[in-house]
Design a protein. Structure first.
Length: 482
């Protein structure tokens, strides 16, 4: 195979990034002990020792990956006539990924040489490094992505973007811009988030960006006959207004939720976090970034999706649905009040939990975070998106959305709503027994079904109101009566 000059340059870069790993590891073999830390657990502690030759696993993976990327670059430009943008993009993407592999390979050598038993303790934190490097990679790829022509190897690819050249071009431009924004956020965050928090931040932010790009690709492919923004200008404007109005309440609820969470953590954990970021205020602010970004995205696109599938009702309150909402809120509030009277008798941790005094802050964050943020995430966005997916996969030939689709989506969203409370349950009670698990799904699952019912029947405003009232009424009863 005759290589062009530009390919020879990329081949040199590929060779350096791959074989430098082999060379450095080969030299290190002479100085390393026979057994080194080979795997670290979620808590950062080493949980397995292995042979030092395991350090060659990453270089071998780099060799295989580099070969695939280099030789597949030719196939990516089949549909191009004059330019060879796709080849360049594939090769540059491969170089970025190999650069990350090289950094990880050298970091593993650092851990082995220093016999690090806790990966979170070294002066060089892999979370910060990855966050910074991933940000740079996202910025680079975001700048070259819009130049890619339609292909199945490189670019933002899904069934919708591969539909035609117009959808592909718009999707790549949107994905490129969002990648640059994501990259800038990651680079900035690299100086503030640490350890496992940095890894979660990278994954969470990339997941949010991917979801946004998928939704955008679906929308423009569905409306490729006209400009989507012009055609849906009123809908987008209403979604923006809706999100803007709810954002202050979401900010307040998230702030007090994070603050209360910090109070429940041990002194050692809080001290470690404050040492890493400088102050408790900075730690709280950083902890708020991801949930707030997720709330904004889910609020905007949830409004758009729910409007498209017929779940979004006119914002306002009518007499009969309001009465139904109040009655259901009162009934479920009484169920919540019965929790310490029933489960508190057989689960000691539940009884101990209800001994904590209820304050104004407790009421505020439970009403705002539960009533606003959780309803946006679970009902407005997830339940609506789930209904859309079910309809597109199983009922493509039907024009309208059957109520069965919404009921199934409601049940799944309610189960996810209950499962989403398991981490907090574990943090409060210190364990998850079958009885505690049953209690979690019974209380939260029932609430999720009620809120989902109000959402699909009357509108998201009634679901939010019911969720907020449940917390408000139950806590007032606890204060006054119990």
């Amino acid at each position: 195979m005759k290589l062009k000059i530009k390919h020879k340059k990329h081949l040199i870069v590929y060779s350096i990034l791959i074989f430098l790993q082999f060379f450095v590891n080969a030299v290190a073999m002479r100085f390393l002990p026979s057994r080194i830390p080979a795997h670290y657990g979620f808590n950062g502690e080493v949980d397995r020792y292995g042979s030092k030759t395991e350090l060659f696993i990453l270089p071998v993976c780099s060799l295989i990956f580099g070969g695939i990327m280099f030789f597949s670059s030719k196939n990516s430009s089949k549909n191009e006539t004059s330019t060879k943008n796709n080849e360049k993009i594939v090769l540059i993407t491969g170089e970025c990924c190999l650069g990350l592999f090289a950094v990880l390979s050298f970091y593993l050598l650092y851990l082995a040489f220093n016999n690090v038993t806790n990966v979170y303790s070294p002066n060089i934190e892999i979370g910060n490094i990855l966050c910074f490097l991933m940000g740079i990679v996202m910025i680079v790829l975001g700048n070259i992505m819009p130049k890619a022509k339609r292909n199945s190897i490189v670019g933002f690819r899904c069934s919708r973007t591969l539909k035609n050249d117009e959808v592909w071009k718009k999707s790549q431009h949107f994905a490129g811009v969002s990648s640059v924004i994501t990259g800038i956020v990651l680079v900035i965050a690299a100086f503030f988030v640490h350890n496992i928090s940095a890894i979660f931040f990278i994954v969470g932010l990339d997941l949010i960006q991917t979801i946004i790009c998928l939704i955008y690709a679906y929308m423009i492919s569905h409306n490729s006959d006209e400009n989507f923004i012009l055609k849906n200008k009123k809908l987008i404007k209403n979604a923006f207004i809706f999100t803007t109005i709810l954002l202050p309440f979401a900010l307040i609820g998230t702030y007090f939720t994070v603050k209360e969470t910090f109070k429940s953590l041990s002194y050692d954990i809080v001290s470690e976090v404050i040492n890493q970021v400088g102050s408790e205020r900075a730690a709280i602010a950083l902890s708020m970034v991801q949930p707030i970004l997720l709330t904004i995205v889910c609020s905007f696109f949830g409004f758009v999706i729910s409007s498209k599938i017929g779940l979004m009702k006119p914002i306002g309150f009518k007499f009969r649905p309001t009465i139904v909402t109040i009655l259901l809120s009162l009934i479920f509030a009484l169920v919540m009040v019965a929790d310490p009277l029933i489960f508190g008798k057989i689960i000691p941790q539940v009884a101990e939990y209800y001994e904590t005094p209820i304050t104004f802050v407790t009421i505020l964050y439970s009403v705002l975070y539960g009533g606003i943020v959780e309803e946006i995430l679970l009902r407005l966005f997830f339940m609506s998106l789930l209904a859309l997916i079910i309809k597109k996969i199983f009922l493509r030939k039907k024009e309208n959305y059957p109520q069965t689709v919404f009921i199934i989506s409601n049940i799944i969203a309610a189960l996810l709503f209950a499962a989403g409370h398991l981490p907090a349950t574990y943090q409060l009670f210190g364990e998850i027994t079958p009885l505690i698990l049953f209690r979690c799904f019974l209380l939260n699952g029932t609430g999720g079904l009620i809120f989902g019912y109000l959402y699909r029947k009357h509108g998201i405003q009634y679901a939010m109101t019911a969720h907020a009232l449940c917390h408000l009424i139950s806590k007032i009863i606890f204060i006054v009566i119990l």
